[in-house]
Design a binder for this molecule. Structure first.
Ligand SMILES: Cc1cc2nc3c(=O)[nH]c(=O)nc-3n(C[C@H](O)[C@H](O)[C@H](O)COP(=O)(O)OP(=O)(O)OC[C@H]3O[C@@H](n4cnc5c(N)ncnc54)[C@H](O)[C@@H]3O)c2cc1C
Length: 393
């Protein structure tokens, strides 16, 4: 089928199958469906939208069909993505399995692991969380200390992870553990898949500045993990970890890119009103909004260019750091401006009239963008070293 025909079919499918309410911006946590063993839908529209997409493998359009994916070519997947964005269709499934673990399993997993885990990701049956950071090992991730000691065909895992988003809701965790203490710190790390229901695992929520609490501390107390759950080589988990991080970072930038589709001027006009000439009255805010929209458009074109390069077979590599850095800055600027547009109203934290402080809470949450997935300073270090070729450690 030609790409033109494919596009027409996609548009027809989306128009017929994506309910109107699933074509509205995500407003709150329950608007996002994360799946999992105990999955519940917010409403019938969310359920319908998820099922029609999962049936076609279009929750992961570019993954091979044998693992439940859509089997689309890069061009077809990109058309589906473009049309979903154009029609404002929400992602049917939000998932660290899709954004992070899946690509790593496709590259480093055994065939048995792919067949076991990927279809459950596509069909929203498993909610995965990420066990990388530890107290004392964030930016310097390779210094992590959670230990996995060999015991026959199992490991015994002990230690603590921190900032584990959604650990209290997730079914499984992909975790970095130390299996060798005697070599260079990057060498003794292993990438393990662990069921959150196994004995010895506990979580404790951490409250964020936004008032929400998706974060947890995660504790491992003599947890027995079969060695068949190692992804890649024993002691060789650092390569898997780094590859996964490039996907995490690209994904954070793409998430912000989708948001660029709703122009900031739309919100500014709503908050401040417009003059008879149809433009924002306040020239200072108008200039800042215009500057943000121009930067947003330039970023979108840059992302499109990088996507084209990836389609041609070049990996995003260190560019994912540049993308993640810039996307975080754009998102933070956006919420600073949205607060500025709202004036004193923006300070409200509660109350129906103030949308339960939604903007103020999102403003606080946006600050986390320059920490999650690796801090802005670390991204700038990577850009300096690997893109600009500047000297460094
Ligand atoms: C919203 C959010 C969600 C998260 N979700 C998860 C998750 O699901 N799973 C998970 O494992 N982790 C998660 N994290 C943790 C995140 O990956 C770490 O917070 C991050 O890597 C930074 O580590 P740290 O907090 O230990 O800070 P540190 O590494 O202690 O850094 C402190 C400060 O020092 C700076 N710094 C450190 N080293 C250098 C250097 N070499 N050069 C210049 N500056 C430097 C940093 O930029 C930062 O400003 C999440 C974090 C946030 C905010």
């Amino acid at each position: 089928m030609s790409l033109e025909n494919f596009r027409s079919e996609v548009v027809e499918f989306l128009q017929n199958n994506c309910p109107e309410s699933m074509r509205q911006p995500v407003r709150e946590e329950s608007d996002t469906f994360w799946g999992g063993r105990n999955a519940t839908f917010k409403n019938a529209d969310q359920e319908k939208w998820f099922h029609v997409m999962a049936e076609r493998g279009w929750t992961t359009p570019g993954w091979p069909k044998e693992y439940g994916g859509g089997g689309l070519s890069k061009d077809e997947a990109s058309i589906l993505h473009q049309e979903m964005r154009r029609l404002n269709c929400r992602p049917p499934l939000f998932s660290f399995g899709i954004w992070m673990l899946g690509p790593a399993l496709l590259r480093f997993g055994s065939e048995e692991q792919r067949l076991k885990y990927l279809p459950d990701i596509v069909n929203g049956r498993t909610w995965w969380c990420q066990g990388y950071s530890e107290p004392g090992s964030g930016s310097d991730l390779a210094s992590l200390q959670t230990s996995a000691v060999s015991d026959g065909d199992h490991y015994i895992v002990n230690g603590q992870k921190v900032w584990t988003s959604y650990a209290d809701k997730a079914d499984m965790i992909f975790a970095l553990v130390r299996t060798d203490n005697t070599q260079k710190k990057q060498i003794g790390i292993t990438f393990l898949l662990i069921d959150m229901e196994w004995e010895g695992i506990s979580t404790r929520p951490i409250k964020l500045i936004s008032g929400k609490s998706p974060f947890c501390e995660t504790f491992f107390d003599n947890v027995r993990v079969p060695k068949t759950n190692v992804v890649g080589e024993e002691h060789g988990g650092w390569s898997v970890a780094k590859y996964l991080l490039t996907h995490e970072r690209s994904n954070i930038s793409t998430a912000v890119d989708s948001d660029v589709m709703t122009p900031l001027s739309f919100y500014a006009k709503k908050s401040l009103g417009i003059g008879n000439d149809g433009i924002l009255k306040d020239p200072a805010i108008r200039a800042k909004v215009a500057e943000w929209e121009i930067d947003g458009a330039a970023f979108k074109f840059t992302l499109d260019r990088i996507n084209q390069e990836m389609k041609a077979g070049h990996s995003a590599g260190a560019k994912s750091s540049f993308m993640k850095y810039y996307a975080s800055e754009l998102n933070k600027r956006k919420y600073e401006l949205r607060l500025e547009c709202q004036g004193k109203r923006a300070l409200a934290w509660e109350g129906e009239d103030y949308d339960e402080g939604k903007i103020a809470r999102q403003f606080c949450r946006s600050k986390g963008n320059s920490i999650e997935g690796g801090t802005s300073e670390i991204q700038l270090n990577i850009v300096a070293k690997h893109i600009l070729g500047l000297p460094g450690k």
